[in-house]
Ligand binder design. Structure first.
Ligand code: ADP
Ligand code: ZN
Ligand code: ZN
Length: 829
């Protein structure tokens, strides 16, 4: 038997299956999807079996055997193998990158070196006389001993070990080890059958009092019990239990135990709510799609508070009654305890939760619950789209417009596209939910399907019929003209004061983390920038250092200007810390919870801060984007946006869309329950259509205006984009390489008859823009150039990109520019 293996070498030169022979004893176990260790270039590397064959087209003598099989059950299913193939094709990445993205990081094994006694080593101990007895005992352990462990334990035998390795008495093996293993617990089993207690006790010496007590307890309890619990409940020592086991009275087994991040937490069971007529319509459409074997993609466009989540819950319930499984994707930052509670409350233990705040071990165990069929619902961030279910009926993507569904590292996939592909494989339904759908999804859903059925599911009203909160726009230019230089307008100041007086709560949003907390000299205009990257350093108040957000470079805040020596050097801008300080100054005694990347880096910090706020231990929740999503607190009656423009001014074609989405989301946090809410947005551009539309909660108006702009400038959804970034330490190498790439691509497009302006009227059109210096022209000491490709029509863009980038990768060492391809980029910054 031959296994076709994709080996963990992330290079395009080796991006193909390699043939390995399957040893006989492995044959019954190995399957497509198995993870194996295989010899590769003198090392043992991890790989995935993507297929099996009876024979190889290569010379049998040159085919090496699979070294080890790493899991009893293959981590990947056939549909995921096919999906990886599709991803590597679509996103121009290696197979291994796509495969690795599908399994939890715990399964990214690393090779370790072991020493064992060689089979050829003569039995006669005399021949091993160079090795002392204590060392031999260690070496006799199953599977050998890690070399570094051995030498750490017996440093004085280093020479002897080396000699023995040379002489072939010891062997060195490499083996793949997972970073996190399955957690095992020792479990004590009562004696089997109905043995007579008298006889059991008779075999214990009279003075073994402790053992007698333990045995009595075990017999009374009469079911398997974890050793730790037994000792806690019955007293005694592990030694006494061992003694019982040695006499054959009880059995101790090592058993797998799953880490459960929600262990010991009670989730109140919730019953399905009677749906409103609007919800019922939408539910009916989704349920129909789940039943149908045809894949379908639907867009649920529901305003904040329209009851989307309740529809999700009931649709999932329906899916489960059909014996199928469901995946729910939510943006990482809205995977709040509140969200988890709603799903656990409805489906209890049938839910696995995957988010990045779990430990590797916890994630691994949640994943195994999915793989083993112990759960039927997976809820998680982006990568949960790969949940290894065998019969998917429904995939829900909540807040589908969120940019976090796009992975920014290789493989640069978009969870929405992967979900659609998986739904095709399983004949499942995909429901994209949002109050502010992305333009791409809206355009796709508005095109009616062949049956004439629209894929758009609107829910334009709030469940409780309450109005969306009124939004006031404050022109900050006017504030400055009337002499108010504070970051709070008079309206927002007064509104905060009223909330404090009434004991109600407020949410304050500051767009972007640490935005513009840069250091500048007031005398000469010098600003501190990273020496390795072409961007400003951000000032971190707490640690007093300037830090680069791209490469991590840190330096102390200079006391005087490095350029002109002036002492008027200070930090500018309005990071969350600045706002917090200002609040304390303006409202003495105000209780503020700050939520940003810095305060939520610790495990569960996010959860704790929200709980405090929910318990009304603070008056204000101040934060970045994190506070805009999914939160539902009854006493929040004011939402303030400190500066709406920071995201509006980003040099990116989605800036307007992002701003509208963010403002609409955060506005939806106010007045969700009986108390009426109010929203105040401070801006320097009150006339901008994104802000004006957000004020009126008017998606349709925003959409119409935004589509006009996109069409005019030829941006998605009127075309598709690819961003190609090339980098090298030397600009002299980079510039010609980038020119060569663009030239090749234009030549290919020209030969296929695609090249030309997008408004040229041809169905398949392609433009190659650039190369130009990237907006961040240097990062981590590498210069960066980029090309933007715009195209329309069914063009096999991946093949063209592969072909055009080939010469770059085949350039002589040292002159190879690195190339990174981003299909459907979220930002072309
Ligand atoms: P969305 O996800 O659209 O923002 P939610 O699902 O959070 O909206 O619903 C808003 C509120 O309305 C929640 O408190 C939810 O429990 C409640 N709700 C949803 N559907 C119903 C219903 N059919 N009857 C009563 N309350 C409902
Ligand atoms: Zn200066
Ligand atoms: Zn840097």
């Amino acid at each position: 038997m031959i296994a076709k293996v994709i080996v963990d070498v992330p290079s395009r030169q080796t991006d193909r299956p390699f043939d390995y022979a399957v040893p006989r004893d492995m044959e019954p176990w190995i399957e497509p999807g198995s993870r194996v260790g295989v010899p590769f270039g003198g090392r043992v590397l991890q790989g995935f079996v993507i297929g099996l064959a009876d024979e190889s087209e290569f010379d049998a003598k040159r085919i090496k055997p699979v070294a080890e099989l790493l899991d009893p059950v293959p981590p990947l299913l056939p549909d995921l193998i096919e999906l990886a193939r599709w991803m590597s094709d679509k996103y121009v990445c290696t197979w291994i990158a796509a495969l690795q993205a599908m399994v939890p990081s715990a399964l990214k094994g690393k090779a370790e070196r072991f020493v064992t006694l060689s089979n050829e080593a003569p039995d006669d101990n005399g021949a091993l006389s160079g090795l002392p007895e204590e060392l031999l005992q260690w070496l006799n352990k199953d599977g050998g001993v890690k070399l570094d462990v051995l030498l750490g334990r017996f440093p004085h035998y280093a020479g002897a070990v080396k000699q023995a390795l040379k002489a072939g008495m010891l062997e060195e093996k490499t083996s793949i080890h997972d970073r996190v293993g399955i957690r095992k617990v020792l479990t004590v089993y009562p004696p089997e059958g109905s043995s007579d207690p008298e006889r059991l006790f008779a075999s214990l010496p009279a003075r073994a009092g402790k053992q007698r007590e333990l045995l009595a307890y075990i017999l009374r309890n009469n079911e398997p019990i974890p050793l730790q619990r037994l000792l806690a409940e019955a007293g005694g020592s592990a030694g006494s239990v061992r003694a019982l086991a040695d006499k054959g009275l009880v059995t101790i087994r090592e058993e797998e135990s799953k880490r459960d991040p929600y262990a010991g937490r009670e989730f109140k069971r919730t019953e399905p709510l009677p749906l409103t007529p609007g919800q019922q319509d939408v539910y009916g459409r989704i349920a129909g799609a789940v039943e149908s074997p045809e894949p379908k993609v639907m867009l649920l466009h529901g305003v904040t508070g329209s009851g989307k989540t309740e529809v999700y819950l009931q649709a999932i319930h329906h899916c489960l009654t059909l014996g199928k499984q469901a995946i729910v994707l939510v943006p990482e930052i809205s995977l709040t305890p509140q969200m988890v509670e709603r799903f656990k409350g409805r489906f209890g233990d049938a839910v696995a939760v995957m988010h990045s705040r779990l430990s590797h071990g916890e994630r691994y165990d949640e994943w195994r619950k999915i793989r083993s069929g112990a759960v039927q619902v997976a809820i998680g961030a982006r990568s949960a789209v790969f949940a290894p279910f065998e019969r998917i009926g429904l995939i829900i993507i909540d807040e589908e417009h969120e940019s976090s569904y796009k992975q920014e590292e290789t493989p640069k996939y978009h969870a929405r596209d992967v979900a659609v592909k998986r739904a095709k494989q399983h004949g499942a339904a995909v429901v994209l939910g949002s109050a502010t759908p992305s333009l791409e999804s809206y355009a796709a859903a508005s095109r009616t399907s062949p049956g004439g059925e629209s894929m758009l599911l609107p829910m334009p009203e709030r469940v409780h019929g309450g109005p969306l909160p009124p939004v006031r726009i404050v022109d900050m230019r006017g504030e400055l003209m009337s002499g108010n230089r504070s970051m709070f307008s008079r309206s927002l100041h007064q509104a905060l004061e009223e909330r404090l007086a009434r004991g109600e709560q407020s949410v304050l949003l500051l767009n972007r983390r640490g935005y513009s907390t840069f250091v500048m000299c007031r005398s000469c205009g010098y600003s501190a920038t990273c020496p390795h990257c072409d961007i400003s350093l951000t000032y971190h108040r707490k640690s007093g250092v300037l830090r680069c957000h791209y490469c991590g470079h840190a330096e102390p805040l200079p006391a005087s200007c490095p350029s002109c020596g002036s002492e008027h050097i200070r930090y500018f801008g309005t990071g969350t810390q600045r706002v917090e300080e200002e609040l304390a100054k303006l409202f003495p005694g105000i209780r503020v919870i700050r939520m940003d990347v810095d305060t939520t880096s610790e495990k569960n910090a996010h959860e704790k801060l929200l709980k405090q706020f929910g318990d009304r231990e603070a008056d204000v929740l101040l934060g970045t984007q994190m506070v805009a999503k999914g939160l539902d607190f009854p006493y929040v009656t004011l939402v303030g946006v400190i500066a709406a423009d920071t995201s509006l001014n980003l040099p990116d074609f989605r800036a307007g869309e992002r701003t509208f989405q963010l403002l609409t989301q955060v506005a939806g946090r106010a007045g969700r329950h009986h108390l009426p809410g109010e929203v105040i947005i401070q801006t320097y551009a009150p006339e901008h259509y994104a802000i004006a539309a957000a004020q009126r909660h008017d998606y349709a108006a925003f959409l119409a205006e935004e589509l006009k702009h996109r069409s005019l400038l030829a941006y998605p959804p009127y075309c598709r984009l690819v961003l190609v970034t090339m980098s090298h330490e030397q600009i002299g190498v980079l510039a010609p390489a980038a020119e060569q790439f663009a030239g090749e691509l234009r030549a290919l497009a020209g030969a296929a008859g695609y090249l030309g302006p997008l408004d040229g009227g041809r169905p398949k059109t392609m433009e190659v823009l650039g190369p130009t210096a990237s907006p961040i022209a240097k990062m981590k000491d590498r210069y960066r150039f980029q090309c933007v490709i715009k195209y329309r029509g069914n063009i096999d863009i991946s093949s063209m990109l592969r072909a055009a980038s080939k010469p770059l990768m085949e350039a002589p060492a040292g002159r190879q520019a690195q190339i990174s391809i981003d299909i459907d980029p979220q930002m072309i910054l």
